[in-house]
Unconditional design. Sequence first.
Length: 108
Amino acid sequence: MAFKISRSTRGGDVAAFDQLVKRYDAKLLRIAQNVTHNPEDAEEAVQEAFFKAYQKLEQFHGHATFSTWLVRIALNESFMKLRKRRGDSGAINRQQCSFRQRQHETPV
C-alpha cells in the first residue's frame, strides 16, 4: 500500500504524499521523541524526515518496506538534532568555564 502511494507521489501526486504523512506522522513523532527527549526537536526531526523523504523518493527502490526507509530517515534526523544540541551545550559550557576562570583571576 505505502509502496503504491510512494510511486504515486513520485509521479507528482502531492495528495498521495499527504496520505503517507497522515499514516506515519504519529509513529515517527514517538520514535523521534524517544531519541531526542525534546518535543520541539522531535517535531523538527519528523518534519525534516518527511521533507527529505519527499525529495529523495526516487532513491526508494523497495528493497525494504517504505516504513523502514522512512523510520531510518527520521532516526537520522533525530540523531542530528542530538548532535547539534550537544555541540551547542558544549560551547555554552566552555564559555561558562572561561567566564568563571576570569572571575577568579586576580587583577594585574
